[in-house]
Each structure stands twice: as C-alpha cells, then as structure tokens.
Design a protein around this ligand. Structure first.
Ligand SMILES: *Cc1c(COP(=O)(O)O)cnc(C)c1O
Length: 379
C-alpha cells in the first residue's frame, strides 16, 4: 500500500529543492567555518560582535560558577535578584515603567499575544511581521487583519472597518527579511486615534539603531506612551539569548499573571542574565554601535548602484528573483570566501529570492571592501 502513512513518510510533502539543512558550522569571531572552509560571515545577527566580547563572556562565566540551570519557573523557585535588577535597568534605559524577562523572542511574542488577546480581540498585523507574532496571534484566537507592508492608510481603513473594544496593532520595528523600518510615530498616532494597543517588536533594532541604540521607537517620546508595548531580544545585538517585554506597570503585572510561555517555562539561566547586563552596559557606551554605523556606511557607499533594497539597518538584502539564481550567487560568494545566505520562499514572497547580507561591528574595512569588490564582479 504505497500511500500508507508512517513515521518515515510523515513529512513527504517537504519538497527536496526547498529543504533546509543545518551547517554544522563553527563561528570564530567574524569568521565562520563551513565544510572545512573559513569564510567571512555576513549572515549573523550578532550586529555588535558582543557574542564573543571578552567582558560579556566573562560575565556569563562568573555567573556560571554559581549555577548553570535556574531549576524552575520564576514563579516557583527559578527567580533571582539579578533578573529584577536587569528588568529595572532595561525599563529605565528604554523609558518604560516596567519590564519582564522571557525565554526568547519567539516565546515572548507567542505568550504576549496569547495573554493580551482572546476571540473578542482584533489584531492588526503587518503582512511581513515575524513568524512569532503570526503564531502568537493565531494561538490567541483573535480575529486577525493583515495590512500590506508599511501601508498606514490601509491599516487605518481596517481600524475604521473593525470597531471592536479590544484592538491591538502589531508590527516589527526593523523587518527581518527586508531590513526596512516601521514608522512608530504613525503607528502610535493611529493607535491613539482608535484606542488600540500598539506592540512593536524591535528585535533587530534595539542595541544598534536609533538614538543611543534604543531602537526605532526611541524617536517618539516613549516615556509618555502607556499604550505602547515593546519586545526586544538578547539574541541579536545583545549577543546572547533571551528576550524582554517593556510596558506600563499594569500590562507587565498582567503578563506576570497570564503569560503562559513565561509561567510554564524554566527561567533564563543567570549566566545569560549576567551576559545581557554586560551587553547593556556596552550598548550604552556605544563604541561597537559607532563602529557598526561606520561599517554600514562604507558598505552602502560601495554598493550604492548595485540595486540593494532601501535599508538603513544592518540587514542589507539584494533581491535576485529566482531561487536558482539566488542559490548560484550565494555559492559563487562562498567560493570567493564569503558566507551570505540565499533566502528563498516561503520565508520571502515567491519570485523575491534574495541574498541577505548582515553587517556587523566586527567586520574590518578590508573585509567589506573585498566583499563589495567581489559582488561588483558577480553582478
Ligand atoms: C529574531 C526575531 C524574533 C525571535 O527572537 P529570538 O530571541 O531569536 O527567539 C522575534 N521577532 C523578530 C522581529 C525577530 O527578528
């Protein structure tokens, strides 16, 4: 019986030419070792190079001397004074009343939307929002209305059309596959006008973008905006792992009671809390961010006429079109010593397969020049 389902053909619908694979790669600073080749890594979200920063690693090591695992959920016995201290520092830095640490950005968004929304809630979501926001909205059971990417006018029409009591506008800050930015000022104005909450997930922006590295919402006077909830992760600019949610006292207290992805999950290890605390200090000092901005300016200057998408963030995508062409170019770059991933559908829309370059503080001037020279030859 050929189409009997069993554990070996359960996933038979995953097409071979779109299969994903782990690389068993090893990172060493800005280099990445793949299949015995040492490549310059242009595929990391470690924008400030903090994942290998001595002070950050030492901070984690010091805390590890005490314990590796936290032993339980924070609500049972996994809590630690360092967690409260870091929450206070993050809230204070970002200008919010309160903060809640969560296991990861994925867990933060899944739990946040599930806690805030129910089937009587309407969620208004940018079409290119991160998968964690899509999944959180789905899990919540809310009615979801998607608006075209960055289309504020369409969002407004949807808000007018769906006048519910509980409404939440949700958007990435910096969009992870396009590298472009939402407009927090416009989103906030709409949230105000229509009495909605606004969630901005600035996973890619916090630490490396905006005034003092505070991300894209830092331009709109967040201190006074109690309807704004913001999500950040430690997995990108902070260089480690974990995430946090910022909001007013009542929202954060409510999440402490209701956020299932935090309540029913083991607390973050203190080593990661210590690492994040050190990263925050370095981000506030700003040295790595200034280096990143210099590198980014150099990259953009040298690729100005290559047809890159418009992006001021460290995410610099070049749309190639077909899957095959994008893969071929990624392979050519690899042969020349650069690691740049080809991002294909379904991660991005059909026909927009792309190379996604990420620039970091740790790249040298020479490495960026080598890359852009090589790219010029290929194009
Ligand atoms: C990376 C990312 C996440 C997930 O964060 P993790 O800490 O890696 O789980 C969530 N939202 C956005 C916009 C992201 O880019």
């Amino acid at each position: 019986m050929p189409d009997m389902l069993n554990a070996r053909n359960w996933f038979a619908d995953v097409s071979a030419h779109r299969s994903r694979r782990f690389l068993a790669s090893r990172r060493d600073g800005v280099m990445i070792h793949v299949d015995d080749a040492a490549l310059i890594n242009f595929a990391s979200n470690d924008y400030l190079g903090l994942s290998t920063h001595t002070a950050v690693c030492m901070g984690a090591q010091g805390a590890c001397a005490e314990s590796v695992g936290s032993g339980a959920s924070r609500l049972v016995s996994g809590d630690h004074p360092m967690m409260h201290r870091l929450e206070a520092k993050l809230a204070n830095w970002k200008g919010f009343e309160a903060c809640l640490l969560v296991g990861s950005g994925m867990l933060a968004n899944i739990g946040l939307l599930q806690a805030l929304a129910d089937r009587h809630t309407h969620i208004f979501s940018d079409r290119l929002n991160h998968a964690s926001l899509v999944d959180g909205a789905r899990l919540s059971g809310a009615a979801v209305h998607r608006f075209s990417h960055l289309d504020i006018a369409q969002l407004e029409r949807l808000l007018v059309k769906h006048p519910a009591k509980r409404r939440i506008i949700v958007s990435d800050g910096i969009f992870s596959m396009d590298g472009d930015a939402a407009s927090p000022t416009n989103l906030l104005a709409l949230a105000e006008a229509h009495d909605a909450l606004l969630i901005i997930d600035d996973a890619h922006g916090i630490g490396c973008m905006g005034p003092d590295g505070k991300g894209i919402t830092a331009v709109c006077n967040i201190e006074n905006q109690s309807r704004l909830i913001e999500v950040g992760t430690f997995g990108k600019s902070f260089g480690s792992y974990g995430a946090f949610i910022l909001g007013n006292h009542e929202i954060i207290e409510g999440l402490r009671q209701r956020q299932r992805s935090m309540i029913y999950s083991t607390a973050l290890p203190v080593a990661l809390i210590a690492a994040a605390e050190t990263s925050l200090l370095l981000i506030q000092r700003g040295e790595e961010r200034r280096q990143l901005q210099q590198n980014l300016a150099l990259f953009k200057r040298r690729t100005a006429d290559f047809g890159f998408m418009a992006s001021d963030s460290p995410i610099q995508p070049l749309v190639i079109g077909s899957d095959a062409a994008a893969l071929k170019m990624a392979m050519q770059l690899r042969e020349a010593g650069f690691f740049v991933p080809a991002i294909r559908p379904p991660t991005v829309p059909e026909g927009t397969a792309r190379l996604r370059f990420t620039i970091t503080a740790n790249h040298t001037r020479e490495q960026i020049e080598l890359l852009t020279d090589c790219l010029k030859g290929l194009l």
